[in-house]
Each structure stands twice: as structure tokens, then as C-alpha cells.
Design a protein around this ligand. Sequence first.
Ligand code: AMP
Ligand code: MG
Length: 696
Amino acid sequence: MRFDSVIMVDWSGGNDRGKRPVKDAIWTCIAQAGQADAPIYHRNRQVAEAWITETLTTLQATGQRVLIAFDLCFAYPTGFATHLIGQEDTLGLWDWFAARVTDSPEANNRFDLAGEINARFPGIGPFWFNGLQRDIAHLPRKGSDRTDHGLPEKRAADLAIKGSFSPWQLAGAGAVGGQVIMGLPVLSRLRQTFCKDLSVWPFQPPDTQIVMAETYFSLLPDLVADDAHPIKDASQVTLYAKAFSALKPDDMARLLNIPATQEGWVLGAGEAEVLRAALRPTPPPLRNDCFAMPQGAHWTPVDDALDHLRDHLGPVTATETIPISQSAGRYLAEDLRALRDHPPAPNAAVDGYGFAGPAPDGPQTLPLLAGRAAAGQPYPHAVPPGHAIRILTGANLPTGIDTVVLQEDCSVTTTDVAFHGSLKQGANARAAGEDMQAGNVILTSGRKLTPGDLGTMAAVGVGQVTVRKLLRVGVLSTGDELREAGAQADVGHIYDANRPMLCALAAQWGYTVVDLGCAPDDRDTLRQILDDATARCDVILTSGGASAGDEDHMSALLQNAGALALWRIAVKPGRPLALGLWNDTPVFGLPGNPVAAMVCALIFANPALRLLAGGAWQLPTGFMVPAGFQKSKKEGRREYLRARIENGKAHVFPSEGSGRVSGLSWATGLVQLDDPAQKIELGDWVQFIPFGNFDL
Ligand code: AMP
Ligand code: MG
């Protein structure tokens, strides 16, 4: 079941709340396919009702299917309607209320009406909590005053939800009863206005253009909207609008598929997992023109090429929730919040004696209590002022204690502990939450989780984490001349050096490697291989055949598919990079020469794959070292030289030939020479980037 728009309404039973947006007012939010508009503040019910009517009218006219859900009980516990209007007819009950509730921004009759209703029931109740100064006949002030009214406290739907309130309670923190009385007439009028285009779930089948439902904004207590608003109600309508609008049609149909009862139901009750999953980002497909870079007569500078990749690529992998013990090296798919304070309680930072600080200058003697506080073995009593207690590192500070003196600084008898002041209040103690606080973001989306992160997450009670699925990287070599290392080869053959090299790179970057073998220089075969590969890879790295020559089939195929961009990048070593989409899967066509293939993989594929895998954009950092070589370099292109550090200087491989693969083994990193012409003399500072800084 699909809804084009979803509207969430946070209702309120109060009077006009003024011009400036505040909490506990009416807030609404519209979302479509997981994207929410800004939440809207309504100062009173009259304004809100007008807005809802107008918005639904507009959406109705555009033919949209709309779900509008209210954080408001749509019904009372079984038996109420029968007693009041003669039949168990909730929608009829709405009209009954509509005829009797009077409401204006300044005043309403909810307490009086509740008293009148109570008068029709035996005993005292069911409504309670007169929030007014004056007494109201039949409306008790206390819940416990009620007796023999004969109705259940809650509906089945309310019992299914933790922390829900009874609709009989009209006032007091968190009470919902007042809102319900003031909400049902509005619901009744909406039904009249939209007639057969509107149905009320689950009392009527949800097969109309507009479906109205009840929900509850504490179904996802641990979540807040990522664009959280300082006012909680605003944040909540946004979060739930996003979640319900992002539900897959099947899931929405399942949530709506419950038996019609006159007590109604809370949409999404018990379905937190589905809503949570709907809120997780699913990667949008890459745009067909993501590699289309404006090409002038000039070669593109490396930095422009990198900016283009940064701006046009995003995650292509879905998310999964896994135990933190399996999450090292994975990319975090959402901001992660602490589930509790760290440390959770004030505790001792050293072994010693706890007392209430501060201690003034000079010798101190405090009576020592029997017993002790140790980590995991709290001292169960309060410590009276002026007393000390034995305390060990990590032990929670007993009540009355805020300061610890080191045991090395004390002399102790069975009855007393003596030491020298002064000691500041809080010395040698750790405050609760001094490291991390519950609810705060501790790690951000796109981060590659480190062993340290696993410790951080565990410390605040996070046992499961939502990460990106591993990026599947296909590696393909192309060329009739290639043979597999170890196989027979004659002089017309060379061994395929790129594939083992690129597979190892992808593996060290933490991806799932799919070895696609070696393709001959034959267009049909290559097409077949690419088709197969796209079914099992998220991205494909190829080498060879990327230029525009007769045997450059990779670029020709991508060209014919209409999704090729030949990037002429001003970089040495390197030739054109062929970037394209094959069946929506990005293909990085690297140069055939192993040195160029390696350098282009490190410089371009590494940050690009990181983005595709769900990581944040990141470029390798280098450091400056004196040159142990001389070189003059042309204007207008970036050069990467295979280099190693010896005696504190950067030395470069004697040959710059890009077929000299042995230089990759000789080198421990790359010297990066920037685009302008340069003459480098011995001892000049140059930038060296160790291979390790390319995530290896
Ligand atoms: P291409 O880009 O196909 O014109 O190849 C450029 C150069 O790289 C040629 O000398 C190829 O033989 C060589 N080459 C291409 N692929 C590989 C590979 N997988 N291993 C080693 N050399 C290769
Ligand atoms: Mg070739």
C-alpha cells in the first residue's frame, strides 16, 4: 500500500500557545518518500484544523494518496460508546462529541463536558483530574476517587504500548484525556468534509484517497530526527513523517492489515523495527551522468577530477545491523549516539580513601568506616559527613563521597585515616558522563570503525551498530597479450600484473574482492563479462583498453552504452581514465601500464570507492621531506614519483617509465609534485605520501 504523502500531527488539548513556536502545542509535518518538509507550528486548534483541511484539500485535488496520522487516541475503552450513545460505534461517538464540545483559542468546555459524561455513568468516573480551580460536579480530582464506573482503564492498543496513558485522565504531565476530547470533534469534521474520499483506519478499510489513523510518537523512543529541531514535538513529527513515508508499500500494507475493532489501534505499535529500518538510508542509484565532466581543450587538473568524484558519488551499498564485535573496518551508516553516560556514575580514579571534599591545608584525620567500596561491589550505605571509607579504583562513590585521597598519601589505623591537605573537592574522582553523555553523537556516519571505536561504542552500551554492507569490487584485466602468472607464456605474452595488484589493493581497503579474470580484446566477450559482473559487483575496476585506440574495447563499450566519460587528467603516470556506468554499476577503467594503474587506483579509485562504500570523503595526507634527487618538471600536470625515504631524504626510482613495475616494490610511497613547473634541487622540500596513507 503506497501513500504519496504522509502527514503527522502532534495534537494538543491546551488553549492558544502564542505566536512564537513552543512545545506542547500542535505540530505537523509532511513527508514524501522519506523526505520531510520543515515541521509547522500551529498556535491553536482552530489554526491547525484550518491548515489540515486546506492541506488535505490541495493534496486531494492533485490526486495524491495521503496518510494523515495523529498522536491522539481515536477511541475509548470498550463499553463507553454503548453506554453513552447506545451502540459501540466509535465514529458515531466522534459526532456526539462534535455536537457538544465548545472550543475557542481562549477557552473550552472539556472539564465540564467530562463531568456531564461522568454523571451518566454509575459510580464515580470514568473521567478524572479536574484541572480547574472551581469544582465540577461528578469530576473527581484524583484517579483513586473513582469507583464502580464499570469501564476498563485502557484499550488493548494502549496496553500493547509501554508508558501509554489512560484516556480518562484529563490533566497532569503526559495525560492524553484532554487532547482526546478536544480532538474527536476535529476528526469528525474532517470526515464530513472529505466524505467518501476519507476513511478512518482501522474502523473502515483503508482504500480511500485519504486515510486517517492514530499513531503514537513514542514508538521509537531512542531515535531523534537527524535534522532534529530544538523543540521535541517538532522533531518527533519530522521523525515519524519520515519513517512512515519511507515504509515499503508491503510493510505499510502489513501495518494496516489488522482486524477492525471499535477500540481502534495504534498504527505502528510493536513495529519499531520496521520503522527503524525505513529510516535507514537506502542508497539512491548513481546518476547516469555522474562521470560526465566538462572537458575543455585542456587536461583536467587532478584536484578538479577529485572534486568531481567527491560531488557526484555516494554510497551504493545497503545497510545492515551487526554486533559491534564484527564491525571493525566497516563504514558507519548513521550517526551513533551514546546509550548511557560514560562513566555511568561518579567513581574513584585511584585506590585510596573517599570522603566529602574539599580538605583544607594541613594534617587531617577522619574516622574510618568499616567496609569498602570496590568496582562492581558498591558500598550500600551513605557515608556521614566527616567520615572516610576505603575505596578502590573504579568503585562508584558512595552517597556522601565526592573526593578520594591516594592510599600512598595516607596512614591508616583500624579506626582512622590521616593525610595532609589540601585536596580539592572532586580530586581523584571521575564525574558521571565526564567522557560521554547519553544521547550525544559519539561517532558520525561515514566513519570507518577502528578498534578504538569498538571500545568507545561498548563503553556506552552500544551492542549493535548499523553499517554499510561490504562493497563488492570486481577486478578485470583486458588484453589479448595477457597470461595468468604461473601459466605457459611465449614471447608474445606478458603476465597479468594488474589483477593480483588491484585485487590486493581492494582487499586491503577492506572490500569484498570479486576476481573477474582476464578478458580478451573482443567486444562481445567483454560485453558478456561486464553483464555478468554487474550482477555480483557494486563497482568494477578494469585495466587496459581504456584509451581511444582500435583495441580499446573497454572505452568503446562504455561509449556505446552512452555512459562513458574519458577523463584526460593532467597526471603522470596516467593516461585517460575511462569512467562509466554499465547496467548502473560504476566502472573505473584504469590504464594498462601497471605503474599507471597503481597510481590511478591510489589517487582516484581509493577515495571514490570509499564514497561508494559509504565512507566520508578523505584524501591521503603526506609530509614534507628534503629531496634526495634533482628534477625539472613541466608546467600543468601533477606528477607522482615512486619514492622511498633513506637517511631522512626522499629518493625516487631511477626510471620514471610507467611499465617498470619493479619500482612499485622498491618504493615505500609516492612523491607528489604539484602542477606548476618546478626545478627541484637536492634538499628542496617535497611532499612524500607513504603507501600506508592510501589506506593500505
Ligand atoms: P592498454 O591500456 O591496453 O593499451 O595497455 C597499456 C600497456 O599496459 C600495454 O603495454 C599492455 O600490455 C600493458 N598492460 C595492460 N594490462 C596489463 C596487465 N594486466 N598487466 C600487465 N601489463 C598490462
Ligand atoms: Mg590493451
